[in-house]
Design a protein around this ligand. Structure first.
Ligand SMILES: Nc1ncnc2c1ncn2[C@@H]1O[C@H](COP(=O)(O)OP(=O)(O)OP(=O)(O)O)[C@@H](O)[C@H]1O
Length: 299
């Protein structure tokens, strides 16, 4: 008898500061209700995790499931994008923005049950991804948001800092970068149409949010085949006042906050390394392309 193709499950035990580790066995039980043998991938480094995802896809897995937050989803997306291997997300991170935007149940066990059902019924939904390319041809996929302004600079500073640990590091990085805040000169090309602008904030969304519910690109829709862009040139007090509004996405009502939509977005500026799905990505300049139906979501 031929064994049915197995369901590969990438688990990030560090996601959500480990607070979902207790439910992992029950998540695996739910996934097993799909009737597929489960293969758990729990590599110890990000690089091993990436390699294990690619190997699972190359071996013809029936699906690849990421149990973790947006960083874990990001790793799995690099392997499933553009293939026929379906993808499932079980939200178990600090930020689960991709899962939230694509209609995945917020509760890990409910998400796992929905994936098992979808596998059994061979039911998937097409979801767009964005593909970022450097001038040298290096490419990365992302699901949620590319940050190329203040938020990217804050991430970069926080990553360089050794102290303090935990979320306090971000508070310190935000403070330092607010003090140093200055607009940068960008060249933005939207489907080839060039805009030269000064901005402190520039984000490109396939989905609306990052950072666990910050709706920085609130109009983004991962099923419309397009990317949404938000940029703003505001001073320090205005940026601080706009921050709480980003949770609702109402910052885009401010007259100095601009939105746009395109299939291909090109960005140039000096001294910025982009962040996608909360992960360090390519330095500018980059080209970002919306890729319709790049994954088949189990949900
Ligand atoms: N199996 C793994 N082993 C080691 N690192 C991993 C593994 N899976 C994912 N990672 C990395 O762990 C980091 C955090 O993962 P993720 O974003 O899923 O969790 P989070 O709790 O939402 O994130 P954060 O700690 O940034 O708040 C990411 O950089 C991701 O690439």
């Amino acid at each position: 008898m031929v064994e049915p193709a197995l369901l590969a499950v990438l688990i990030n035990p560090g996601a959500g500061r480990g607070r979902f580790n207790d439910v992992t066995p029950a998540v695996l039980d739910r996934l097993a209700e799909s009737g597929r043998p489960i293969r758990v991938l729990d590599p110890s480094t990000r690089e091993d995790a990436q390699a294990a995802c690619h190997a699972a896809v190359a071996d013809g897995a029936a699906g690849l499931v990421a149990v973790g937050g947006d960083g874990t989803v990001h790793l799995a997306l690099q392997a499933v994008a553009g293939t026929d291997v379906p993808f499932g997300a079980v939200p178990a991170g600090t930020g689960n923005d991709f899962a939230a935007a694509t209609g995945v149940p917020a509760e890990p066990l409910a998400a796992a049950a929905a994936i098992a059902d979808a596998v059994k019924a061979a039911r998937t939904r097409p979801i767009d991804l964005a593909r970022v390319t450097s001038p040298g041809g290096e490419t990365h996929w992302y699901g949620s948001v590319l940050a190329a302004g203040f938020d990217a600079v804050v991430n970069e500073r926080a990553n360089r800092m050794r102290w303090p640990r935990g979320p306090r590091r971000y508070d310190v990085a935000i403070f330092v970068e607010l003090v140093r805040l200055k607009a940068r000169r960008y060249v933005l090309r939207l489907d080839g149409e060039e805009r030269r602008l000064d901005a402190v904030l520039l984000a490109v969304g396939n989905c609306p949010s990052y950072g666990g519910g910050i709706r920085i690109v609130p109009t983004a829709d991962p099923t419309d085949g397009l990317l949404d862009v938000v940029y703003a040139d505001v001073d320090r007090p205005t940026l601080v006042r706009l921050k709480p509004k980003t949770y609702e996405g109402t910052h885009i009502d401010h007259p100095l906050v601009h939105t746009a939509r395109a299939r291909v977005v090109e960005i140039e500026a000096e001294g910025i390394t982009t962040y996608v799905d909360g992960e360090r990505c390519l330095p500018l300049p980059v080209r970002i392309e919306a890729v319709p139906a790049a994954i088949h979501l189990l949900a």
